[in-house]
Ligand binder design. Structure first.
Ligand code: ZN
Ligand code: ZN
Ligand code: ZN
Length: 375
């Protein structure tokens, strides 16, 4: 399912975000920012082009200048509304004109620019050809805090998305699992996310039995059986902000080993959560969760980072991973999702979205982290 419902922010909110972005860019020594359609553009302006094509659309932000949205002429009618709302100047270009020359006319001709991580390579190459003396940095490297630190209204939108995902879990734990395919349960989950207010479902992972040991497994045709562990990881967007939660359930009574591994992952998730407080480096959250699993002898089976940021997308920086020294700041929102994956047998993952508060962390997912037994 695709399509977005814009978050309920006003033109004044968007203008304030663009002004903050320009100030941050100047502080970072950048000549300006080039913002591609996608999460940066929707966060800054509220504008999402109806279709993102090979035709260049770019928002140019530079200190001392009004924001300018460069758009293909055929997108201009759609863009006008958003541009008017966010007080953007529109600069349209028609087929046959060089959009990079149009954009180059808005830039200094030299200096370093931040550019959206998801900008198309062909557009960056076009700009480099038009302005050989400019250089570029990925926006999340240059301004890692820009979207990573949420304001209070954004945190509450993420909390509401989390609460809706929690409602979906409370409903899915009551449906029959044994005898149904993973794809059937995944379909149920997607319907529940939508019923509880999501406008977009990004993923519904149902990893039963050995499929749960593959963190990249989504859903398949495997028929779920009594005795299976089932990893349920699902999320999407509600009112423009993301949800992403994982619970691992068991069909019928678990074995002693299954219970032990589930308890271990739960303890690791708790340790990761307890590491969250302002000033602590992202990697400390990973280390805290990983230490619990490693100390129990399962370190080789925890094969991914502990978490990722969330906001107007369901996966974004910052990452809770060894080597990430970015300090946690109140308002950051990210997942804490350790797992243990026993190849060919089963997997367990437990995931909450957490926000950094002044004195610790606050969970935005609040369903039980104890092992839930399903039918
Ligand atoms: Zn079992
Ligand atoms: Zn997830
Ligand atoms: Zn996640």
């Amino acid at each position: 399912m695709t399509g977005t419902t814009p978050a309920p922010f006003t033109a004044a909110d968007h203008r304030a975000r663009m002004e903050r972005a320009v100030r941050s860019a100047a502080d970072a020594g950048l000549a300006g920012l080039l913002v591609a359609p996608g999460p940066d553009m929707v966060w800054l302006t509220g504008y999402t082009p109806t279709a993102v094509t090979e035709r260049l659309t770019v928002l140019v932000l530079a200190p001392g200048r009004d924001p300018v949205l460069v758009v293909p002429a055929l997108e201009a009618p759609d863009a006008e509304h958003a541009a008017g709302a966010a007080a953007l100047t529109l600069r349209d270009w028609t087929d046959g004109k060089d959009p990079y020359a149009v954009t180059a006319g808005l830039l200094d001709g030299r200096g370093r620019y931040g550019i959206s991580d998801n900008a198309w390579a062909m557009h960056l190459l076009g700009l480099q050809r038009a302005l050989p003396e400019t250089s570029y940095a990925a926006l999340t490297d240059a301004l890692p805090m820009l979207r990573a630190v949420k304001d209070a209204a954004e945190v509450e939108l993420l909390a509401a998305a989390g609460a809706a995902a929690d409602q979906a879990f409370e409903a899915i734990r009551k449906v029959p699992f044994a005898g149904r395919r993973e794809s059937d349960v995944g379909h149920d989950l997607a319907g529940l996310l939508t019923r509880f207010g999501h406008s977009q479902v990004d993923f519904t992972i149902v990893g039963s039995g050995p499929n749960g040991a593959n963190p990249h497994h989504e859903v398949g045709d495997r028929v779920i059986r009594t005795g299976d562990m089932v990893v349920l990881d699902f999320g999407g967007l509600k009112d423009g902000y993301g949800s992403d939660t994982t619970r691992t359930v068991h069909v019928g009574e678990p074995t002693e080993e299954e219970r032990r591994v589930h308890d271990l992952v739960r303890a690791a998730q708790e340790a990761g959560f307890r590491a969250v407080r302002p000033g602590v480096a992202c990697q400390e959250v990973d280390r805290a969760a990983r230490a619990v699993i490693t100390d129990a002898g399962y370190g080789a089976y925890f094969i991914h980072r502990t978490g990722h940021g969330i906001g107007v997308t369901t996966h974004e920086p910052p990452y809770m991973i060894e080597g990430e020294e970015l300090p946690l700041v109140p308002g950051m929102c990210f997942s804490v999702e350790p797992g243990v994956y026993l190849p060919g047998r089963f997997g367990v993952r437990i995931e909450d979205i957490v926000t950094v508060t002044e004195d610790g962390g606050r969970r935005l997912n609040n369903t039980t982290r104890e092992m839930v037994i399903v039918d």
